[in-house]
Design a protein around this ligand. Structure first.
Ligand code: AGP
Length: 603
């Protein structure tokens, strides 16, 4: 999704802004731009494509001393990715950058145009700067003009605006899209759509809440809500730049696959004791009057949630169903106050999931977010939150977030089972032992990675892939297929293995690649016969199993394990590496695949 940066200070402003935009590249974009205001003159530069094009465009420019600037990476929503549509957008004497969607922009645009104002772009954003200048003419006060402008906007926005009429200030406003303000001891001020921009620069941050707005200058930050000034809720900013860089791997995605072992240690830290599961974030009363669970998510997070439904019913003996958030929003669902509504999201900003959460809250349900980004919009809205602690995930194709989400769901199922007395103390202890074994399961074996690198050359064409599995390996099959689709652009489907004979097997031939997840600990005989049916029709089979399978064209042997979740995590790493290596061979942009964004903050 779009990324926003802002800066006030004496550092060279162009490079500060572009460096900040580079920290946001992982969000996905198709154009970028900056605007710099110093000595009461504004310079703006924009370019389509990657940041390198913007750097070329700004090569001759250097800011001289103290000043301010704003920058933006755009993921097109209204209007094609062109230079005209790139932000910042110009009025006569002001520039604006915006992330989100102004839902009433057409009526605002028509009203402005009827006042003779000319628009250059097709974007919704451009209405903001023209509205500001119209209000300034009327009220002759930039703060009032900005306040009036923001009040007339409907939809989601994170806005930065600079203007010659107030050359010392950056005006900002936030509702629905993330915006963070950071300060440091050199009296510099930074703005960013995520922490990544501020790490290593700011030491205190303010996570803006919805409907908050204000301005920043070298004198400090003024924050308002409902036209009243409010205090600054400053938090220390921890973390370091290095953890957000690639650390020697070829791609963020590769680094994040290798990180899964260590981040899952963080995920279970303090939560898995010798004889119980503990969540400091939850008081056990939160389960009072809960009769069933509804999970709601998108994409990879949905796949983690789907595996969770099996665990909640099997282990915690509590009814659990799951919804795709974009469907849930418009299906007029029948909701029951005794349902625990769980949203799963890496970014905490996914528009569909956020709206689903708002629906559940309006219906009076108790809500729990399983999320990777503290202080994100969804975390701030949910009644309870369990953080996955996966650290910054920059690869657009989610990996460690999925691993930690799956782990949190497993722990939560055990936590609820203990609370409902549906699990014996002995079984709980053996589950805890299995959980503690998972970090070692997630350590990437170099020989295995080498084997997958070699194997991947055989899977670069064909008329498609089926990933098949049963029970919790069906969501894993969906996830494996999504990983491959996202970064290789080859067609892949995840399918319940038992369903192949109800139609899809018609596709079976030597050009159909079937990735079969064949765990020993769960329904092995069933999945084996499904794969034999496919092999008999000459489908090309890549079997992943601890048990040799002679009908496979390719075979990846996994470790013998006595727990399905251990097999789940081991096969997860294999499907992630397979997608990665196929994508590398196809020379795709593994970390920023085409058409995708890391956080889909629009519907
Ligand atoms: C995962 O690889 C995809 N990038 C995408 O499906 C993602 O999981 C989905 O957009 C949900 O994002 P969230 O977890 O941040 O809500």
């Amino acid at each position: 999704m779009c990324g926003i940066v802002g800066y006030i200070g004496a550092n060279e402003i162009k490079s500060t802004l572009i460096e900040g935009l580079r920290d946001l590249e992982y969000r996905g974009y198709d154009s970028a731009g900056i605007a710099i205001l110093e000595d009461n003159s504004i310079k703006s530069f924009k370019a389509v494509g990657k940041l390198i094009n913007l750097e070329k465009r700004t090569k001759e420019f250097q800011s001289k001393g103290f000043g301010l600037g704003i920058g933006h990476t755009r993921w097109a929503t209204h209007g094609k990715p062109t230079e005209l549509n790139a932000h910042p957008h110009l009025g006569k004497f002001s520039y604006v950058v915006h992330n989100g969607i102004i839902e009433n922009y057409q009526e605002l645009k028509q009203s402005l145009q009827s006042n003779g104002i000319k628009f250059l772009s097709q974007t919704d954003t451009e209405v903001i700067v023209h509205l500001f200048e119209k209000n300034y003419k009327e009220f002759n006060d930039p703060m009032i003009a900005f306040e009036k402008t923001v009040q007339s906007l409907k939809g989601a926005y994170a806005i930065l605006l600079i203007s010659k009429v107030d050359p010392q200030k950056i005006y900002f406003a936030k509702s629905g899209s993330p915006m963070i303000v950071g300060t440091n001891k050199n009296n510099e001020i930074f703005f960013g759509s995520s922490d990544a921009v501020l790490i290593g620069k700011a030491n205190e941050v303010i996570y803006l809440e919805d409907e908050e707005y204000g301005y920043a200058s070298s004198e400090g930050i003024k924050l308002f809500k409902d036209q009243k000034e409010i205090g600054l809720n400053k938090k220390p900013l921890v973390g370091d730049k290095l953890s957000a860089q690639k650390g020697g791997y070829r791609f963020f995605m590769e680094k994040e696959i290798y990180e899964q072992s260590e981040v899952v240690v963080d995920t279970i830290l303090g939560r898995v004791l010798d004889d119980k599961i503990k969540f400091d974030e939850l008081d056990i009363s939160f389960l009072d009057d809960i009769e069933d669970i509804k999970i709601c998510a998108c994409g990879t997070s949905y796949h983690a949630g789907l595996s969770g439904t099996y665990l909640f019913e099997r282990v915690a003996k509590i009814r659990c169903d799951i919804e795709i958030a974009s469907e849930f929003r418009y299906k007029e669902p029948l909701l029951n106050k005794n349902t625990l509504f769980i949203v799963i999201t890496q970014s905490g900003e996914t528009a569909d999931t956020l709206e689903a959460l708002k629906m559940a809250k309006r219906a009076g349900l108790k809500t729990l977010a399983i999320c990777n980004v503290d202080n994100s919009s969804i975390v701030r809205l949910a009644d309870y939150t369990l953080l996955t602690r996966a650290g910054i995930e920059k690869g657009v194709a989610s990996t460690k977030a999925f691993a930690t989400q799956s782990m949190v769901l497993w722990m939560l199922a055990l936590y609820i089972a203990s609370h409902k007395n549906t699990i014996s103390k002995e079984l709980l202890k053996s589950e805890i032992e299995a959980i503690r074994h998972i970090p070692s399961v997630l350590v990437v074996n170099d020989k295995l990675h080498e084997k997958i690198k070699r194997l991947s050359k055989r899977y670069l064409h064909g008329h498609g892939f089926f990933f098949i599995g049963r029970d919790i390996f069906f969501p894993l099959a969906l996830e494996g297929a999504l990983k491959l689709k996202e970064i290789s652009y080859l067609h892949a489907e995840g399918y319940p293995a038992g369903e192949m004979k109800h139609g899809p097997i018609a596709l079976a031939d030597s050009e159909l690649f079937t990735i079969a997840l064949m765990p020993k600990t769960l329904l092995y005989d069933k999945i084996k016969s499904n794969v034999e049916e496919l092999s008999a029709r000459d489908a090309t089979i890549l079997a992943i199993s601890p048990i040799e399978f002679e009908l496979a064209d390719d075979f990846i042997k996994t470790n013998y394990s006595n727990h399905p979740m251990s097999e789940f995590f081991e096969m997860m790493v294999i499907t992630q590496l397979l997608a990665l290596e196929i994508s590398v061979r196809l020379d795709n942009d593994v970390d920023m695949p085409r058409n995708l964004a890391k956080s889909v903050t629009v519907e």
